[in-house]
Design a protein around this ligand. Sequence first.
Ligand SMILES: [Fe+2]
Length: 295
Amino acid sequence: MLASCIMTRGNDPFIDEQNDPVLLDQWHVVASIAELRRGPVRTILLGRRLTVAIRQDQPVAHHADGAAAATMLHLEYVWVCLGQKPARLFDIPELAEPERRVVHAGSFGVRTSPPRAIENFLDLGHFPYVHKDFLGLEPHTEVPPYRVSTEQDGQELFARDCRFFQPRSAANASEGFIVEYVYRVPHPLCAVLYKLNPLDRDRQDVIALFCQPVGPEQVRAHMLVSLLDDTSDDAELIGFQQLIFAQDKPILENQVPLRLPLSPGAEVPVRADAMSVAYRRYLAALGLRHGVIAA
Ligand SMILES: [Fe+2]
């Protein structure tokens, strides 16, 4: 059934990437529960057309020929695995903490490779230029050193002790402050950001980006926010994240090349790019082929 979908693509050079064994065996978000409440969703995952729905509280996904795909409900989304040996799917235990609001902030189509979208999410250096007056402001452009580590047998990547001055870090922020960040990459195409809450600076907001690989140069980026904010309504929380993402979209779509180069030194690293370098190494170690230029 998968072969028939792929054969229609003829001599398309994307074929091997669409059959990347690393991504076939991963679970990928294909739709939010919020979106599915409005009706079935037709979407594309790794070049395959899928129809996704929730029936009697259970997720279902079908290929164009009617064959079923493996599905799971997790973290406000339906996830699909196309492979024969589904990988472990990570959790975000912090979402179960009391007083948190968990909101799907949007699913954004972007003409870039899924790894470029994740790399951009991990980059502090662009804040003062792309998110001026929100996540950064000149002359506060320096990214202080932070710690990068690989954990869980190479399955997860972390950046800790990240600090950055942000004039308006969240919808409920009333003043600028030095925001502390932890980045976690628990899946080759998913990233979770733990960020100091602007009002309760002992606790963290969580922002997660789940990238659905439509194809090597097309992504649907699903954003989940879990915030400690009892003043902003859902529309304000969603509006803030959508404004930030709208600033990133043209930058992502104009990057050259759209595929992420994995060879060391392909794009000159500076200290602020330590997480980017680590992410490329992590993908290379996993053997990812989809949306990258192999080393
Ligand atoms: Fe950004």
